[in-house]
Design a protein around this ligand. Structure first.
Ligand SMILES: Cc1cc2nc3c(=O)[nH]c(=O)nc-3n(C[C@H](O)[C@H](O)[C@H](O)COP(=O)(O)O)c2cc1C
Length: 176
């Protein structure tokens, strides 16, 4: 798949085949692509905790508050993206420029992860709704959890939805 095909095929998967595990080599390929994501001052201020089996189930449970994200229970892999410290130059840049580079970096890493998974034929869903404290406890993390990503094969009858997005004319202004 070229990048446009990956972008067209990636969608948030909310129907996982709980019986179909993710092959170790596919998971490695996804993580390796995520490792290559760019970040401010190349600092990579995040950590990925890859949860499988009972740990995946326990973390998934912590994304289901108020009836949300029930589908996460079927995902064979759940990846927790937590903060790490800035490198000194990125910390200085963030302070001087008043920009939250760490959040940007985490978003880019999640984009790489989900695109790489799509290229491997895997489904993902980025979750921003979760219990930070409880996931930290479950995963032994001492820094904030910023995103949780479910990973697995979509059920066979899960269809590719039509993308709903803003029109380019609304999203883009061209200037010379
Ligand atoms: C930061 C972030 C948080 C999100 N949180 C959730 C979530 O908690 N539950 C969920 O089902 N989808 C969540 N999503 C998925 C979005 O709803 C989805 O990406 C968007 O509607 C576009 O649909 P698509 O991913 O299928 O193209 C999140 C996406 C992002 C980027």
């Amino acid at each position: 798949m070229n990048f446009t095909e990956i972008a067209m095929n990636r969608q948030s998967c909310r129907r996982y085949d709980a019986e179909k595990p993710v092959e170790a080599e596919k998971l490695s390929a996804v993580l390796e692509a995520t490792r290559l994501a760019p970040s401010a001052c190349n600092g990579q201020p995040y950590h990925l905790t890859v949860c499988k089996g009972e740990k995946a189930k326990a973390v998934a449970e912590m994304t289901m508050g108020m009836g949300m994200n029930k589908f996460a229970a079927d995902a064979p892999v759940v990846i927790v993206i937590s903060e790490e410290n800035y490198v000194a130059s990125a910390a200085l840049g963030a302070k001087v420029k008043g920009n939250d580079y760490r959040s940007i970096d985490i978003g880019i890493a999640a984009a790489y992860l989900t695109a790489a998974a799509a290229a491997e034929g895997l489904g993902t869903c980025i979750l921003g709704w979760f219990d930070d404290g409880k996931i930290r406890e479950l995963c032994g993390l001492d820094k904030p959890v910023r995103l949780v990503v479910t990973l697995g094969y979509a059920k066979q009858d899960d269809i590719l939805r039509t993308k709903k997005r803003k029109a380019l004319s609304e999203l883009v202004t061209e200037m010379e």
